[in-house]
Ligand binder design. Structure first.
Ligand SMILES: [Zn+2]
Length: 489
């Protein structure tokens, strides 16, 4: 069996000041890849493509690559770039003879200029190319904003069911298992979607209650007769589009009525508990005394509102200022995106002490630049290898980077936007977060997979940024429906 695969993935904030351009696809994350290079790069990695490949090898399918396009979350993709990426994938897919099935690696919260439902658009284009007899299976992020078009155009969609998301490889292998049942056992999937008028708050960590119970309920539904698979989509709230919000989608074997009733059942469970998914986010300064009173170190502060993995610039200064104002010792900030400050550090050299301003250069919404008198500890080109679980074994770079310290506050300045999924990059800079008492991280939850095992307490905090609640108030114009809690039109 010959299975074509393609990856077009982006989480698009319609509010961020960070633009998406060709460089975002070519020079961020793992670059823009085509043909055999896609398989060579991702073989064995905990990613969708790595999992598609492992699943195909297990079932003796041939996986035929097209493109890999995946930019760090940022603004909507300009239309001309989106069209060119899609055209690249369709052209290569069109050259593959005798396609038996298609695996797509998508996100679910991609917006292109003039296309609110980019994944629906991609799935429709692939459907038109391969016809109705070739099964199309897609893997999505847990933060997908699901549209009816996506469900209509795909045969089966399987979303991540972990947050932090570490099950890319497992879900892709599941896609391969479902593909085998379709191609060899005559399975006839039918997919149903129930959208929930809910903006999911920060209570999303699947290892902990109440999210753990929702995933257990999902698994119980998946074990019922005739159910192929199901997914909960938390949604991605930083998009002012009509299908923004949470949802449930379930695939059954040729039973649309059961599929819909099960999706409705799980959606009702989520809706009934709608206040359980919300979390109040304190500021760093508010959370600090709570952490000190608990006395479990290191205390980790995770700044949800400057999470580069949600499309933020990564240079807000609220947390840095809070650490300096509190006179913390053995405290570090991972990371602040500030290539200009890195350049000054490079000019000064390792060991030099210099005066510089740090952060908040992208937009005043990210706070005020912080004047520092700091020593340069380490400089690097930013290269490192992920230790996993996420991106395990893959090489990446944070771009030119500098480790500076002022009093007891240690800061990693980087040039590329990416959240810390683990400590591998910090270690290349000779900063070991495990030796710190206070760790400030620009991330919502993905850091947990690499930090939780040595963390004392973790506090998700909010500091002024392009994506903080105060900045976004009154900015949603295109939802077209009332959403819980405050997204009221
Ligand atoms: Zn996600």
């Amino acid at each position: 069996m010959r299975i074509a695969t393609g990856s077009i993935a982006h989480e698009s904030s319609t509010f961020t000041t960070v633009e998406t351009n060709w460089s975002s696809y070519r020079n961020q994350r793992f670059g823009y890849r085509t043909g055999q290079d896609v398989l060579d790069f991702f073989r064995g990695a905990n990613t969708a493509v790595g999992g598609f490949l492992a699943g195909c090898e297990a079932h003796d399918f041939e996986l035929i690559p097209t493109i890999f396009a995946n930019a760090q979350p940022s603004g909507p993709t300009p239309r001309a770039i989106f069209d060119e990426i899609l055209d690249d994938m369709l052209t290569l897919m069109g050259q593959i003879s005798d396609i038996d099935g298609v695996f797509l690696d998508l996100h679910g919260a991609m917006v292109a200029e003039g296309i609110d439902d980019a994944e629906g658009h991609i799935l429709k284009a692939v459907r038109e190319l391969v016809g109705t007899n070739v099964p199309i299976l897609a893997q999505l992020d847990i933060h997908a904003n699901m549209s009816p078009q996506m469900v209509e155009m795909a045969d089966v969609i399987i979303g991540h069911e972990t947050y932090p998301e570490i099950d890319q490889e497992d879900r892709a292998k599941e896609c391969a298992d479902v593909m085998r049942r379709i191609l060899q056992e005559g399975l006839k999937p039918t997919l149903a979607l129930t959208q929930i008028p809910l903006v999911w708050g920060m209570n999303q960590v699947t290892a902990d209650p109440p999210m753990r119970q929702a995933i257990e309920y999902l698994h119980e539904i998946e074990s019922r007769p005739g159910v192929i698979c199901g997914s909960i989509a938390i949604g991605y709230p930083l998009a002012d589009i009509p299908h923004m919000g949470a949802s449930v989608y379930i695939a059954t074997d040729n039973d649309p009525v059961i599929a819909q009733s099960l999706a409705d059942e799980l959606a009702a469970y989520i809706w009934d508990r709608r206040s359980d998914w919300q979390l109040h986010l304190p500021s760093t300064t508010e959370a600090l005394p709570t952490g000190e009173a608990a006395g479990q170190y290191p205390i980790i502060f995770a700044d949800r509102d400057d999470n580069t993995g949600g499309g933020s610039p990564g240079d807000s200064t609220g947390m840095l200022k809070a650490f300096l104002d509190a006179g913390l010792q053995d405290a570090c900030i991972l990371y602040i995106v500030d290539p200009a400050a890195v350049a000054l550090c490079q000019e000064a050299g390792v060991g030099a002490e210099l005066e510089l301003t740090v952060g908040a250069k992208s937009t005043p919404l990210q706070g005020k630049p912080v004047p520092m008198k700091a020593q340069v500890v380490t400089l690097s080109d930013g290269s490192f290898t992920y230790e996993g679980p996420r991106n395990r074994g893959l090489k990446s770079t944070m771009g030119p980077s500098a480790y500076i310290v002022q009093d007891g506050v240690h800061v990693l300045l980087v040039s590329r936007r990416e959240q810390p999924f683990g400590i591998a990059f910090s270690l290349t800079m000779d900063l070991d977060p495990r030796q710190m008492r206070y760790i400030g991280i620009k991330s919502s939850a993905h850091f947990r997979a690499g930090f939780e095992h040595f963390a004392g307490n973790i506090y998700v905090v909010s500091e002024p940024a392009v994506h903080s609640a105060a900045t976004l108030e009154g900015q949603f114009k295109n939802l077209g429906r009332k959403l819980y809690p405050e997204y009221d039109l």
